[in-house]
Design a protein around this ligand. Structure first.
Ligand code: ZN
Length: 571
């Protein structure tokens, strides 16, 4: 059997095995880079690759410290090492990156470089230079501190339930309990705890909002909406397109969401659907149990990938053999899951907290898709092109969730596989309106910069009426009015959320095609992944055989296919 043994990529400019752990070790290399003579187009190309090499090596130091810290958060040395990178190295890199950008953009030989090859690269650099303001660095530092405060406030929320102090994340499993009284108690306890901090969170948000408006103004923008679209490098779509996305979701997806909730309500046999009725299995079955130990999770997921595509299975087997996965939940590990890239080695790393749930399988399929993306563009010499816009990164990952959900036999019998697949498809229908709500809300916030808290609350309430399902919140209106406090993106990554919706439309198109042409769908998927970030979004989508399109027509076709698949699945 062939095994996946990827080649290595030796440095062309930077010596190998250099220690770049402190600013004293890092700085001379940037000095040397900036002093390097560049007197032809060919030298300029080599210089850009050299800059990317140095950035990747310095960046990898930060990534390694981040991985080490999240794998063991109760180790103070690891935390100190990571914070030292964030405090001592990262801020000093910012002006240097700006100088590198300027040197490239002002180079006299730039116009001789092939336009088609460098167009996407230059577009991003020109944009970053245009947005960069020294005066915004302290504001960004202040924002980072407020953002950390948000995370602390949320992380510190605990309740006492059944005699034990629990975080709100630890309360989530009780919302899947079949006993409705238990669910209600768990939900109300969490909701009350969140509301205790509503003033603090609103204060925090108002301060963030003010700073963000200042950042936008400093950079010469009329408002933070326009600034964000530039800052998030949305070159291939604009404000009007995202509004079109919101409208299409409202017309096409919200009705299907309400049908799914109606069906859920009938199956549960309840009069009205309450906020604590949403996560439970409607037929009262216990949670799915796909695996007991993470070795089984990894082996089963590899089998699925092999079924989707032999070559992707080989790649996953390589990640396992190189220990590029840390899957098991254990004490001291940070929550959640992520895929990150060791930029210098050009290898992916997958982190998650598997405990044996259905969602763990989905998470690993998802992060596996990101890892395939990293592996697919390893050979790209320009480091900037080994990164890809998020709107397409998530196509890589979400596609694997969808394609994998049809091949779950390593974990389930066919009835359970159907149940898991149904959960995925219904989840997609339910999340799209939420994405539209969160996006529309932020458009409102930053285009009404002087609003009061009461106005903001009313705006949120109005959006929930437009995009919300048929959940009965009576008696809990306060929790409903503040439910945006839970959406960390609004606090930490303003406007960054619709990317998931755009990517979902892409992944659904690949999945739709795979129902009749799996081989073709996967072949184009891999072709598009290999382009990394070297082409604009519409071209990446086109390479994957799909359209970059937010129209009613496209979304209607996707929802029809989902409806059809749901009808075929066991309940
Ligand atoms: Zn992802």
């Amino acid at each position: 059997m062939s095994r996946y043994f990827p080649e290595t990529f030796p440095h062309q400019w930077l010596p190998e095995n250099l220690e770049l752990k402190t600013w004293e070790q890092v700085e001379p290399w940037y000095k040397k880079l900036m002093e390097e003579p560049v007197s032809s187009a060919g030298e300029l190309e080599r210089w850009v690759v050299a800059a990317g090499e140095l950035n990747a090596a310095v960046g990898e130091e930060g990534v390694e410290r981040y991985i080490a810290m999240t794998c063991q958060t109760d180790d103070q040395e690891r935390e100190a090492a990571y914070l030292a990178y964030v405090r001592d190295i990262e801020p000093k890199l910012k002006p240097i990156q700006n100088a590198i950008r300027s040197r490239y953009l002002d180079a006299p030989y730039r116009s001789e470089l092939p336009r088609d090859r460098y167009f996407v690269f230059e577009r991003a650099l020109e944009n970053r230079r245009a947005l960069f303001r020294d005066a915004n660095i302290p504001r960004e530092t202040q924002l980072a501190e407020l953002e950390q405060q948000y995370q602390k406030t949320i992380g510190a929320m605990t309740v006492t339930f059944r005699g034990e102090e629990r975080t709100l994340a630890q309360m989530a499993p009780f919302l899947e309990e079949t006993d409705r009284v238990v669910r209600q108690e768990a939900w109300e306890l969490s909701a009350r705890r969140r509301l205790e901090d509503r003033e603090a969170l609103d204060d925090l948000f108002d301060r963030m909002k003010q700073l963000r408006i200042e950042v936008a103004g400093e950079a010469g923008f009329a408002n933070f909406v326009e600034y964000s679209f530039r800052h998030r490098e949305r070159f291939d779509y604009g404000i009007a397109d995202t509004v079109r996305f919101q409208e299409a979701v409202k017309r096409v997806v919200v009705p299907l969401m309400r049908q799914i909730q109606e069906r859920h309500k009938r199956a549960l046999g309840v009069e009205t659907l309450r906020p604590w009725d949403l996560a439970v299995d409607p037929l009262g079955r216990p949670p799915l149990q796909p695996f007991e130990d993470v070795e089984r999770l990894a082996a089963g997921t590899e089998t699925i990938f092999r079924e989707v595509d032999l070559d992707l299975g080989e790649q996953f087997s390589f990640l396992r053999s190189r220990l590029l996965l840390d899957l098991a939940n254990r004490k001291g590990k940070a929550p959640g899951g992520y895929q990150t890239t060791l930029e210098d080695k050009r290898l992916p790393f997958i982190f998650m907290n598997a405990v044996g749930l259905d969602s763990d399988v989905r998470t690993l399929l998802h992060e596996g898709g990101h890892a395939f993306h990293t592996l697919a563009c390893r050979g790209e010499p320009l480091s900037a092109y080994r990164e890809c816009p998020l709107e397409f990164c998530e196509v890589a990952s979400m596609t694997m969730e969808l394609l994998g959900a049809r091949r779950l036999d390593p974990f389930y019998n066919s009835a359970d596989a159907d149940r898991s697949n149904r959960k995925l498809l219904e989840g997609i229908v339910l999340i799209l309106p939420w994405i539209a709500t969160v996006d529309a809300f932020q458009h409102w916030i930053y285009s009404h910069p002087d609003h009061t808290r009461e106005h903001r609350k009313a705006a949120w309430r109005g959006l929930l009426d437009e995009f919300g399902g048929m959940v009965d919140w009576s008696g809990h209106e306060d929790a409903r009015d503040h439910s945006w406090h839970r959406q960390l993106h609004i606090f930490l990554y303003p406007f960054y959320y619709i990317e998931y919706g755009i990517a979902q439309l892409g992944a659904l198109q690949i999945w739709q095609r795979s129902l009749s042409d799996r081989a073709g769908a996967v072949a184009d998927y891999k072709k598009a992944l290999a382009l990394g970030g070297s082409r604009p979004l519409p071209e990446l989508f086109a390479a994957a055989g799909i359209r970059f399109d937010f129209s009613d027509r496209l979304i209607t076709s996707l929802m029809e296919t989902i409806r059809g698949e749901l009808e075929k699945l066991n309940p």
